[in-house]
Unconditional design. Structure first.
Length: 83
């Protein structure tokens, strides 16, 4: 059965080549999934535009990477330091 990221690039049909579509599919799957909020830790963060992320739980809007949310060093908590 086709993976989610493979389905997402079906819109291109046979065009543009297999490898580049596979790469795009992986990035799009990453950017569309719900990410963990660095402030409230709920997986409720969605992408507004390139690098702009919004948490629907605590209403925080913040910048991170273009296609994914990484944990910024500034909001590290004590839980992070234990690891
Ligand atoms: Zn939040």
């Amino acid at each position: 059965m086709a993976e989610k990221h493979e389905k997402a690039v079906k819109r291109f049909g046979v065009r543009y080549g297999r490898t580049i579509k596979k790469k795009l599919g992986l990035i799009e799957a990453q950017q569309r999934k719900a990410h963990q909020c660095p402030y409230c830790r709920y997986p409720k963060v969605s992408r507004k535009s390139a690098g702009i992320w919004h948490c629907s739980k605590c209403n925080a809007t913040f910048t991170s990477r273009a296609y994914t949310v990484t944990k910024p060093a500034a909001v590290k908590t004590e839980q992070d330091l234990e690891i």
